[in-house]
Design a binder for this molecule. Sequence first.
Ligand code: SF4
Ligand code: SF4
Length: 68
Amino acid sequence: MAKLTFDKERCKGCGLCVQACPKQILAVSDTQSNGKGYYVVVTTDEDKCIACAFCATMCPDCVIKVEK
Ligand code: SF4
Ligand code: SF4
């Protein structure tokens, strides 16, 4: 099963990874924010992740780590 890790202090909540995910399991949270005040990305159903790493490739800030 894939494992996603988010370095949330680097996230700007831009949503590029949300658009990139073919399984549509990423979302910018409307409750969780980081120390800079940005709402951060979260996964809505990690069990559906196929570890394609499109999200990690798309993120300009290297927030997401994908492990198989
Ligand atoms: S993880 Fe990266 S691409 Fe996704 S919202 Fe945060 S900064 Fe943007
Ligand atoms: S690795 Fe692929 S399926 Fe998993 S969250 Fe990222 S884009 Fe979505």
